[in-house]
Design a protein. Structure first.
Length: 562
């Protein structure tokens, strides 16, 4: 049997007489002959001085590099981009967020291929960096792993824990006259106390958990908060671990399987996680060459109860989960209930079941529920179809008990217009707010709608108003919300045919999303439809719009745009 060469890529770049110029240039920045005789290990991260989610990445990278060097490798730090969802939310800038997932993946791929890396650690933080890191690992298929930078600590004010969700909801409460300027400012001032990604089971923590259930991130590594002193040791161990993977020749596509993807889907369901996980897991499956469809999420959610009592649907934040026993405890509980395939391998060399057996439950903890007392009997999302979403859409179930809504359509072709209507008191109980032309192509970039959904909650309308969009929702969103409607309006989807006042029905039990119109009426309206002028005619936004697929396929980019 042929042995795996840990330097199979870097040899091409660095060995032999003809490669002297390459070695000379690397020596210019401090590498020695000894450094260049070792495997080259990329440490890719998205440090940026723009918000807390990735602000600590350079510090964590130092510890990963220490672990790589101690284990016999030569680390090379790689910096890519990041867009802060929390900062850009509700503005035109938010359209850059999902687009950045593709740019981050592409940039890591380019450096991996262009610089002859032998292995790779991706250090990920905010929402899109996490799936992007996994996508890059699978695309390159170098021995490697992912490490999540960790959650922010909760803020504290007036005896309650705060996350960014409370700030968005405070905006709606302020607009409704429920709080004054001073209270809004105090919530703003105390909600985000330092580095780390948003603190509930929003998209970042959802995807961090998903990567551990996938096996591509070491189990338990993501639970440790960003500023916890233990994080440095976690990072050093990841540096050592990637060298072990390299010597064993274990590649990401050997770890990510159809079964491990179902484990990740179950982890999202059991934690009441973000609807964005649907988009991201579809994209990850695509990079792994695994056939996964939007319809596959519903059976997993149907058979998986919500066991983690986490915000936005529950009471606790990510730091509380760490104190309770971490992601291993969630896995242990799920294995006890038969909700995971424990035989799946992880980057540690142990199976999911072996990792979960290491969980230490804190006596008296209330974050991870016993199997006999789930937060809800089924997972936190469902896939609907119907004459408004022939390709499918995602409804968020965590945090409320509503399963049916019928009401008049209130139409908006831009998120900003919907936000103005909510904060201006123009949305009434019973309405169905529809925000369209915000999909992957139509936005372009499929903006999240946390500003609008937070304002609906803050205005006291979350129990009586539904929202439908071909855009996305933040993981912090809660209420009766339907997203990822496909085909989107910009692709001549039926959502483009809806008119103000049309009766719209959301029926979760029947897995239906419909406008109460005949097929002939919808077809007649669409026959007169003309695509809107592109919002961007050049640059990365236009390129993305031309290449992006339907949300039902994960909003991946391809040469055909299909």
């Amino acid at each position: 049997m042929a042995t795996f060469d840990p330097r199979q890529n870097s040899r091409t770049i660095l060995e032999g007489r003809d490669r002297a110029p390459a070695r000379a240039m690397l020596k210019a920045v401090g590498f020695t002959d000894e450094d260049l005789s070792r495997p080259l290990v990329g440490v890719a991260h998205s440090w940026i001085e723009y918000g807390p989610c990735n602000y600590h990445m350079r510090d964590l990278a130092v510890h990963i590099k220490e672990g790589v060097r101690a284990a016999g490798g030569t680390p090379i730090e790689i910096n890519t981009v990041s867009i802060s969802d929390g900062i850009t939310m509700g503005t035109e800038a938010m359209k850059a967020s999902l687009i950045s997932r593709e740019v981050i993946t592409d940039s890591i791929e380019l450096v991996g291929r262009g610089e002859g890396l032998d292995a790779l650690v991706v250090l990920v933080g905010c929402d899109k960096t996490i799936p992007a890191g996994a996508m890059a690992l699978l695309r390159l298929n170098l021995p490697g792993l992912a490490l999540y930078g960790g959650s922010i600590m909760p803020g504290h004010w007036c005896g309650r824990d705060l996350t960014i969700m409370e700030v968005f909801e405070a905006v709606g409460a302020h607009a409704a006259g429920k709080i004054d300027d001073d209270e809004l400012r105090q919530i703003e001032n105390f909600a985000c106390p330092g580095a780390g990604a948003c603190g509930g089971q929003y998209t970042a923590n959802t995807m961090a958990m998903a990567l551990e259930f996938l096996g591509i991130a070491p189990m338990g590594s993501g639970s440790v908060p960003a500023v916890d002193p233990r994080k440095a040791d976690v990072a050093r161990r990841c540096g050592s671990l990637v060298m072990d993977l390299l010597r064993r020749g274990v590649r990401p596509r050997e770890i990510v399987t159809r079964q491990s993807l179902e484990n990740a889907m179950a982890g999202v369901a059991a934690s009441g996680g973000s609807t964005n996980a649907v988009l991201h897991l579809l994209a990850i499956a695509h990079e792994a060459g695994i056939d996964l469809s939007i319809e596959d999420f519903d059976p997993v959610n149907q058979r998986t109860p919500i066991l983690a009592d986490l915000r936005p649907g529950g009471r606790y934040v990510a730091v509380d989960l760490d104190r309770a026993g971490g992601i291993q405890l969630v896995a242990q509980r799920m294995l006890e209930g038969g909700y995971l395939d424990g035989s799946q391998q992880t980057v540690t060399g142990r199976t999911i079941a072996e990792e979960a057996a290491l969980a230490v439950e804190t006596p008296g903890q209330k974050v991870v529920r016993p199997l006999s007392e789930p937060l809800k009997p089924i997972g936190g999302l469902a896939i609907l179809k119907g004459n408004l979403a022939p390709e499918g859409c995602v409804v968020k179930l965590a945090g409320h008990d509503r399963t049916f809504h019928r009401g008049p359509a209130r139409l908006f072709d831009r998120e900003e217009d919907a936000m103005a209507a909510v904060t201006g008191g123009k949305i009434q109980a019973g309405d169905v707010v529809i925000i369209r032309y915000e999909g992957p192509r139509g936005g372009p970039g499929m903006r999240e709608m946390l500003g609008v959904t937070g304002a609906i909650v803050g205005a006291g309308l979350s129990d009586s108003v539904a929202l439908i969009t071909d855009g996305r929702f933040s993981g912090a969103t809660h209420g009766f919300m339907v997203a990822h409607v496909a085909p989107e309006a910009a692709r001549r989807g039926p959502i483009a045919a809806v008119r103000e006042g049309d009766s719209v029905v959301i029926d979760v039990e029947k897995r239906r999303l419909d406008v109460e119109l005949s097929d002939a009426e919808i077809a007649g309206r669409l026959a007169d439809w003309r695509p809107p002028a592109p919002r961007y005619t050049g640059g990365v936004f236009a390129k993305y719009a031309a290449l992006v697929s339907s949300a039902a396929r994960g909003a991946i980019t391809s040469a055909s745009g299909e």
